[in-house]
Design a protein around this ligand. Structure first.
Ligand SMILES: CC(C)(COP(=O)(O)OP(=O)(O)OC[C@H]1O[C@@H](n2cnc3c(N)ncnc32)[C@H](O)[C@@H]1OP(=O)(O)O)[C@@H](O)C(=O)NCCC(=O)NCCS
Length: 147
C-alpha cells in the first residue's frame, strides 16, 4: 500500500494527468500550479513511484471551515481505499490548522463520491442547481471535524 503525502511542485505533471479522469470542470495546469505554490493544501497518494490520486483543500482566513475542493483517484486504483486515505489526511490537516468543519460540493449523480462522503460522516446541507459547467447540480455536504 502507498502513502499519503503533501504534493510538491514536481508532482504537477501527475496532477495534470489525473484531471483527465474528471468528466468536466477540470483544474488547469495554471490553477494547480497556483494551488501548489502555497495557496492550498494538496495531498497525493503515491505508490511505487506513481501518483494514484490527489485531494485539494482550500482555506479562507478567519473561516472555521475548510473546503474539499477536489478529490480524484486514478481509475485503475479505485475501490481500494485511496480516496478514503486522502480524505482522512485532508481532514486531520484541517483540524490541525484549527478548522472545525470540512465542506464540499459533489455532483448529485456521483454515487461513488456521495457514498464515500456519507460513509465518512458528511451530512447533506443543501443543493445548488446549475453548479457545474454542464449545468449539473451539486449536493453540498459538511462534516464537523472537532470531536
Ligand atoms: C469517488 C472516488 C474519489 C472514490 O475513490 P476510491 O479510491 O475508489 O474510493 P475508496 O476505495 O477509498 O472507497 C471508499 C468508500 O467510498 C465509497 N465508494 C467508492 N467507490 C464507490 C463506488 N463505485 N460505488 C459505491 N460506493 C463507492 C464506498 O463507501 C467505499 O467504502 P467501501 O469500499 O468500504 O464500501 C473515485 O471514484 C473518483 O476518483 N471518481 C472520479 C472523480 C470524482 O468523482 N471525485 C469526487 C468529486 S466530489
Amino acid at each position: 500500500m502507498g502513502i499519503v503525502r503533501r504534493a510538491v511542485l514536481d508532482d504537477l505533471p501527475a496532477l495534470v494527468a489525473l484531471e483527465q479522469f474528471f468528466p468536466g470542470d477540470r483544474l488547469s495546469r495554471r490553477k494547480l500550479r497556483y494551488f501548489l505554490k502555497a495557496h492550498a493544501d494538496l495531498w497525493v497518494f503515491e505508490e511505487a513511484g506513481a501518483i494514484l490520486g490527489d485531494a485539494v483543500v482550500l482555506y479562507r482566513q478567519g473561516s472555521p471551515a475548510a473546503r474539499l475542493y477536489s478529490l480524484i483517484v486514478h481509475p485503475t486504483a479505485r475501490g481500494r481505499g485511496v480516496a478514503a486515505a486522502l480524505l482522512e489526511h485532508a481532514e486531520q490537516a484541517a483540524l490541525d490548522c484549527g478548522c472545525l468543519l470540512m465542506r464540499l460540493e459533489v455532483r448529485e449523480d456521483n454515487l461513488a463520491a456521495l457514498r464515500l462522503y456519507q460513509k465518512h460522516g458528511y451530512q447533506v446541507i443543501g443543493r445548488t442547481a446549475d453548479y457545474y459547467q454542464d449545468h449539473g447540480s451539486a449536493i453540498r455536504m459538511r462534516k464537523e471535524l472537532a470531536r
